[in-house]
Design a protein around this ligand. Structure first.
Ligand code: ATP
Length: 334
């Protein structure tokens, strides 16, 4: 089976072709990189409009080269339906509908956050893991129960990556800030910042205000970056551990662009080792926003008959993971 995935919730205009027989995912991405400031929804949508057709074409061309003249049968087109920036999602939805109708194949609407989870579950072979999604616009723990992914804990304000990016904009660094914080933290000494976990939820806005204030007060930026990483990732690891404990699960997967951070992965791995749990983090191309995860989950949904007619395929900027009926795990234990 071959499924095309299209992703474009925020910054990555991305297309992928998943060939389930070869277990191969070809991904082509074109990032939107703002000249200054953060992600501007209108500019990001303009980028999607220009880049999506060409990434789709590139993926199809690469598949044609591999097929050496043989016709490539596509079974379905999957697209990220939300959550994300409305203007970007609408472009992606339109592109996916047009492509599905042109190829005369079914359309599959994928929840972007569930795709972040499922790519880790698929690649690890884990049965029923807890998932920590640490991405730009989100931060939450998910666990499967009774046909849905339940939100076990989440941010009470901004996403974790967006919070880090706001601090780096304050100190004059270009977007995205996460990799720059990771590099700077290597030369820094821990600077204490507020640690905010309430039950199973966490908050980042107070930490960011304190980090910005520290920068204004002349604390070396490397020290603040070290403090940010230890504090924020410590909070995520604490709640991830509690989610493992509460669910009785001994498998943790990581999803989302912040998951590319070595220190976060190290903390989660150590926590899992200490409690005898297994930990899996996908390779970076499957952690940051990418169409590969959309194509892979799209294939499983297509197999389960979970497709959409064009009239019901509207996008949803606030599409929560717990709104998704998990059709592709039917028959698995909860
Ligand atoms: P979402 O999946 O919630 O829609 P998103 O669209 O912002 O999030 P992602 O690719 O999942 O996209 O994550 C991007 C975020 O990851 C940015 O905030 C960026 O700063 C952060 N990030 C990237 N690399 C690193 C790193 N090495 N350390 C920390 N953060 C990082």
């Amino acid at each position: 089976m071959r499924v095309i995935g299209i992703e474009g919730t925020a910054w990555a205009a991305s297309a992928a072709l998943f060939d389930s027989d070869a277990d191969e995912v070809v991904i082509e991405s074109d990032p939107y990189e703002p000249d200054s400031g953060g992600i501007h929804p209108r500019e990001a949508a303009e980028h999607m409009g220009e880049a999506i057709p060409s990434v789709v074409e590139t993926v199809l061309d690469r598949a044609a080269e591999t097929a050496e003249g043989e016709t490539i049968e596509i079974d379905a087109v999957a697209f990220s339906r939300g959550p994300g920036l409305g203007p970007c999602l609408r472009i992606v939805g339109t592109a996916a509908r047009a492509l599905a109708q042109t190829l005369d194949v079914p359309l599959v609407g994928v929840n972007h956050m569930v795709a972040h989870l499922e790519i880790g579950r698929y690649q690890s072979g884990f049965d029923s893991p807890v998932c920590l999604n640490a991405s730009g616009a989100n931060a939450h723990l998910l666990g499967y129960h009774n046909g849905r992914y339940r939100v076990l804990g989440e941010t009470m304000d901004t996403g974790v990556g967006n919070a880090i990016d706001k601090f780096t904009r304050h100190v004059g660094w270009t977007h995205p800030g996460g990799p720059k914080v990771e590099r700077a933290a290597r030369d820094g000494e821990f600077h204490e910042l507020p640690y905010v976990v309430k039950g199973m939820d966490f908050s980042f806005s107070g930490i960011m205000s304190a980090a910005k204030q520290a920068a204004d007060d002349g604390v070396p930026v490397e020290d603040i970056c070290a403090g940010l990483q230890e504090t924020i990732f410590g909070m995520l690891a604490e709640v991830a551990e509690r989610a493992l404990s509460l669910t009785g699960t001994d498998e943790l997967v990581l999803g989302g662009g912040v998951g590319q951070n070595d220190r976060l992965r190290e903390m989660l791995r150590t926590m899992c080792e200490q409690r005898g749990a297994e930990f899996y983090a996908p390779e970076p191309r499957f952690l940051r926003d990418n169409a590969g995860m959309i194509a892979v989950l799209g294939a499983r949904m297509y197999e389960a008959g979970d497709t959409l007619s064009v009239s019901e395929s509207s996008v949803d900027p606030n599409f929560r993971p717990d709104q998704v009926p998990v059709t592709w795990r039917d028959g698995e234990e909860s």
